[in-house]
Design a protein around this ligand. Sequence first.
Ligand code: SF4
Length: 185
Amino acid sequence: MKLLLHICCAPCSTEVIERLKGDYDVTGFFYNPNIHPRREYGFRLKELERFSKKAGFPFITGDYDLKRWFRLVRGLEKEPEGGRRCEVCFRMRLEETAREAAAAGFDVFTTTLTISPHKDAETINSIGRELEEEYGVRFLVADFKKKDGFKRSVEHSRRHGLRRQDYCGCVYSRLERRRQAGRVR
Ligand code: SF4
């Protein structure tokens, strides 16, 4: 079974790849127009290139469609992490994964996003199921944070020398982290 895995970043992909590789022929899909600024996007992409070579799996890169991302989240700038802006952000990334999976003949698609303790697996899985109907490619329902998934991803990242970023990805999550650290008011 050929599976297209949406990857948000290399550290989160480590444990997910480990769990999936026995049952699926996995190809990664780096599609994250939410990431800000551009140099951070470039950094996360390079880290994935490095890790995919080490771990031996291929991946495809989607467009860095930042303008479209900002258009979709307009009006939701002040939402807290885990709120409505995140739902829109999940849907955008999952929809492009479903579209790519259908176009390239994959049997299944899923995402690394549920490994994060900050992300609600139920919301992500329900978006995935809707897209399964729409695009005709099976969505693998999962909650990768279960069974110590996140903790294990931190351990793998350390072993592979992958840097874990301290914010989710978008400009608003970055500002929030800086505010929490007392660097901006
Ligand atoms: S906090 Fe993360 S999931 Fe939510 S909108 Fe920003 S980048 Fe997307």
